[in-house]
Design a protein around this ligand. Structure first.
Ligand code: URA
Length: 250
């Protein structure tokens, strides 16, 4: 358990807001009006909690991860579409995970893009993870056409700074070259075919694209087509990554 004055732990209003109890301001008001208890004691504003150990209640009801919510991490293979239902009856990512309860992909990967995709029935988390203002990092490994030669320094600089891909300039990205023609790209946005369009624009069309990280989530052991449930720590780390108001993260 944490001491209320300890600098460790997360601010109570942030924890409550991340679990869907309203904005931080609303959650602060809930605390101020005495509706929130931590380990059986009425909490005061400024209280920090250890989400692993402290028992938080609002109006006497425990605040945790709701048992009806599921979170799957899928390694999407190439050729599978990311929509819930494909108009051409192609296999979709939803076909690769349990049918019940019904889940939806969080954002999209192009049909030919491989790698990590989250599927869940948690609408609030989906909203936050796909909201551009939260800017959750997505990491990709992109193999580009470069005839086996390294990508030019100019192209890397433009990718890092921002590229005009037709519908505006992309935000600054982290870009490194893992080996000649193989780039590691970290972006915060989720525009349609963004990585492909960025690379194409600087003269290096993508031949293979794999997503290797979504915010704090990584998994090198899932084979293409395999999925697993997130563990509690992973769900918590995702909630933490998108906690608060969108503008707090700008
Ligand atoms: N960027 C792309 O070009 N495609 C994806 O699927 C994801 C990011």
């Amino acid at each position: 358990m944490t001491d209320g004055d300890s600098p460790q732990g997360e601010r109570l209003q942030k924890v409550l807001a991340a679990r869907g109890w309203g904005s931080r301001r609303v959650c602060e008001e809930m605390i101020e009006s005495g509706r929130v208890r931590v380990n059986g004691e009425t909490a005061v504003l400024g209280r920090r909690v250890d989400v692993e150990r402290d028992v938080v209640e609002v109006d006497g009801a425990p605040v945790g991860i709701r048992p009806d919510l599921v979170y799957y991490l899928l390694n999407k293979p190439a050729g599978v579409v990311s929509t819930a239902k494909d108009t051409h009856d192609r296999e979709t990512v939803v076909d690769l995970v349990p049918a019940e309860p019904r889940v939806y992909p969080v954002g999209r990967l192009d049909a030919e893009t491989e790698g990590l995709l989250l599927l869940t029935n948690d609408g609030e988390l989906t909203f936050r993870l796909t909201h551009p203002k939260f800017g959750v990092e997505k990491e990709y490994v992109a193999q580009v056409e470069s005839d086996g030669r390294p990508v030019s320094r100019e192209a890397l600089a433009v990718l890092r700074k921002g590229v005009d891909i037709g519908d505006g300039v992309t935000s600054p990205a982290e870009v490194g070259e893992l080996q000649p023609g193989v780039l590691r790209i970290v972006i915060h946005e989720g525009r349609n075919r963004q990585v492909r369009r960025m690379c194409e624009t600087v003269g290096y069309p993508v031949v293979r694209l794999v997503r290797t990280r979504i915010g704090p989530l990584v998994d090198k052991s899932l084979r293409p087509g395999e999925w697993r449930s997130l563990n509690l720590d992973e769900v918590r780390s995702l909630i933490e990554a998108v906690a608060g108001e969108p503008s707090d993260t700008l």
